[in-house]
Design a protein around this ligand. Sequence first.
Ligand SMILES: CC1=C(CCC(=O)O)c2cc3nc(cc4[nH]c(cc5[nH]c(cc1n2)c(C)c5CCC(=O)O)c(CCC(=O)O)c4C)C(CCC(=O)O)=C3C
Ligand SMILES: [Fe+2]
Length: 375
Amino acid sequence: MQADLSPFDALVLMSFGGPEQEEDVLPFLQNVTAGRGIPDERLKEVGEHYYQFGGRSPINEQNRSLLEALSRELETRGITTPLLWGNRNWKPFLADAVRSEHQRSGARKFLAIDTSAYSSYSSCRQYREDFAAAQTQLLTEGIHVDFEKIRQYYNHPGFAQAQLSCVREALEQYRAATGSLDPDDYRVLYVTHSIPSTMQENSERHTNGYRAQHEELIDWLSTELEPAYGRVESELVYCSRSGSPHTPWLEPDINDRMKELSEKGVGGVVVVPIGFVSDHMEVKYDLDTEAAQTAKDLQMDFVRAATVGIHPEFVAGLIDLAVERAEQVRQAAEEIKKPVVTGTSLSSGSGACSRNCCEGSRLVPTQPNWPAPSR
Ligand SMILES: CC1=C(CCC(=O)O)c2cc3nc(cc4[nH]c(cc5[nH]c(cc1n2)c(C)c5CCC(=O)O)c(CCC(=O)O)c4C)C(CCC(=O)O)=C3C
Ligand SMILES: [Fe+2]
């Protein structure tokens, strides 16, 4: 593979964003929830999670480390394409980052590396809507930019292998802490962000869907673990449900499931946040604080696996994915063989999921792909 990112002028690490100090928390939450119908009580509760950490989300530090690691990887490969950082909900905002890079270097074509691995409206399509919104905003200033993104990478070898070493380490940590790894005594709980059931259904129309992608990766991980660990009892559970209690979201919640397991006599859990690429607030609060407390109350052993963070295989994988996307765009061909560890669920068409994937009831322009590029 050619170590070249042409036709792209710049890479942009695209993330959710999070507050840096107490004063940021409310305006951040207003940005996140604008028009999304989240009850006030839930917002207060989530605000408290941030205040408990001094108003500072861990996500920004994580992204700064990832930026550094990605820069080093680019340097190692002799790729000189500039790398910038833009967010959906907090500074540095995507449009601002892109504007300054355009003013600095004339860059017009941006390739985004996003910080979420699976297909769903929240974790994929909404980022593409953000690209279209930034494009529209900058167009009013006479700046024409466009965006592409890397594909969803839940089954890319870089992410999968990094995830596997996180699980192995956690199992060893559990063994060291409890003196055993008897499959009847503990359960591996793979955790991801819950989403509304309608969002799950929308994700299933053009890919195998959010939940099935997690299950595919879990099956692969279990197979990889078997030679060293034999049977590993594991299941997929969810955290961070929001929205109205009357709206169905994916279940079971991790805390509810731990209670059930405890009643069945399971003595401990190894919690693996496969839905999060780094230690977000969901990991720090919902898992390390809340689920850890549930474990204490139930007198269960509790080990939380690391997130992939800046694991070298994950970082190298992200650059592989950027190189792959650039090559697809150069050749105007989607059919370059994609390295995957499992499954073939991502259709060709955009490097993202597909043109129509994860559409909801509102049709909002996306980049890439809808409406079709005018040039
Ligand atoms: C699938 C998914 C990911 C993973 C993919 C990805 O990474 O993109 C993710 C990531 C994140 N979600 C985050 C924060 C929040 N998410 C909220 C609300 C929501 N998330 C949803 C889904 C997801 N969210 C959904 C369906 C909602 C309901 C409202 C809506 O339909 O949009 C709310 C509102 C309050 C609440 O209800 O919790 C907050 C504050 C942060 C930052 C954390 C930090 O500061 O470290 C991150 C990385
Ligand atoms: Fe979220």
